[in-house]
Design a protein around this ligand. Structure first.
Ligand code: MN
Length: 307
């Protein structure tokens, strides 16, 4: 089968239940996309929401996308930004950054969104941290589908969000029936169903050989390798999905906790920098508590005995 469906795993981030669909054991990256949490839907109040206290990142860009609700972002660059549906918060970690994701003080209702990470390639991952908020993203419509372009280019539209590798990221609402997505054959792709079940398929080069479409649902990720010029998505009712794509990431990514690195030794250094409040990571003025890093499992337990 051209399409492989992987089950996500339930987790808690801050006070919100998430379904982590990337990375999976047999799906580490999709292009440079290396992490995807579908958060919520959950009910939040003015004083209690996502509420992830200050924590560090390295070697990645965080892409925060909301379907419902609002979140307040603060970071060690001094950024303070409310994000709403249809907008993107893009934080570039480079050598190191710290941020918090907080309740807004003003919003009460449903919170739902997708938290994505993009691995930075070697030439960029030691660079300066940055933060950008993109309130106006291009819309694309075809075949009854309506999409908002978060990353990359699609059908002539281009997202203003900047990435170091060739990527595609968009939220799409498909209409009932079959939607055909033209694809770049040098990209691998993945579909994350957000609010309803879908059937997904990749017609072969020889259209006479029909391949059955594969079912996928929220909490899963359906992955498609390179070499396909088209993706078919079938829905019974309007369904929102996230389509991710990109040129296969050529570097071996080593991810642990909030760090994207290349080796355990490198992560051990980041861990110590965060624990010891080293210069790599700044401070965030947040009412939430700083999140301590768990000790990496490969670190020897230091004996407190004198022998
Ligand atoms: Mn984060």
């Amino acid at each position: 089968m051209a399409i492989e469906v992987h089950d996500g795993v339930a987790a808690e981030v801050g006070r919100i239940r998430v379904r982590r669909v990337l990375p999976r054991r047999k799906l580490r990256t999709v292009g440079a996309w290396c992490f995807a949490d579908h958060m919520g839907p959950a009910e939040v109040t003015e004083e209690s929401g996502l509420d992830v206290g200050p924590h560090p990142h390295t070697g990645l860009q965080t892409v925060t996308w909301l379907m419902d609700g609002a979140v307040l972002h603060r970071d060690s660059l001094g950024s303070e930004q409310l994000i709403r549906p249809g907008q993107v918060n893009l934080m570039t970690a480079g050598r190191g950054v710290v941020h918090s994701e907080e309740h807004t003080g003003t919003y009460r209702g449903t919170l739902q969104g997708v938290q994505l990470w993009v691995a930075q390639p070697e030439a960029h991952r030691h660079g300066d941290p940055a933060f950008d908020h993109h309130a106006g993203l291009p819309a694309v419509a075809w075949d009854g589908a309506e999409a908002t372009l978060i990353a990359g280019e699609y059908l002539g539209a281009r997202s203003p969000a900047g990435f170091a590798t060739d990527l595609l990221g968009m939220q799409v609402q498909v209409a009932p029936g079959v939607t055909r997505f033209p694809l770049r054959t040098d990209f691998e792709h993945a579909v994350i169903a957000l609010d309803g079940p879908l059937l997904v398929g990749a017609p072969g080069r020889d259209r006479a050989i029909a391949e059955p479409r594969t079912p996928t649902a929220p909490g899963q990720i359906a992955a498609l390798g390179t070499g396909h010029a088209e993706l078919e998505v079938q829905a019974r009712e309007p369904v929102r999905l996230m389509l991710l794509g990109g040129v296969p990431f050529p570097e071996p990514v080593f991810m642990w906790w909030n760090f994207v690195a290349r080796s355990a030794d490198e992560v051990s250094g980041f861990y110590a920098d965060w624990r010891d409040r080293g210069d790599r990571f700044g401070e965030v003025p947040s009412p939430l508590d700083r999140i301590p890093a768990p000790s990496p499992p490969w670190e020897p337990v230091r004996s407190t005995h004198p022998w």
